[in-house]
Design a protein. Sequence first.
Length: 154
Amino acid sequence: MKRMLSVLFLLMAVATAGFAQVNLVTDEEVDPNAPVFSWVEEVHDFGNIPMGIPVTHKFEFTNTGKSPLIISNVQKTCGCTVTDWTKEPIVPGGKGFVTSEFNAARAGAFNKAITVQSNASTPNKKLYFKGTVEGTEGEQSGVPEKQSIFAPNN
């Protein structure tokens, strides 16, 4: 029994050491000639904005890589955001943009993200915008206020 426990302990030690040696870094190398985003800013604060009136921000960048940068898509997290971006390839040293238009339907703080998909050395890049929507309690843009069947409509 003592020998079996010793063998079991030895196997556990070997297995633990084996898992500790697993290399979590992939063997893929980053292309030294890949395009590279250099953003002017990655987070924009709109501050206080009115409800129901769209606000727009243009995130600008320079391609500091060695080959043309191509944005394939910009994903948004909600229907309250509209995006646009430079559609043609951006040559090394060239400038481009990603525009985000936000239209708030309710009052309160917000923090949104858009994801830029490209052929850059970092192919998926999140950009953020935030702020506070000003409005009165119960006010919702374009949505009628619900009436309770328990309260009189006087």
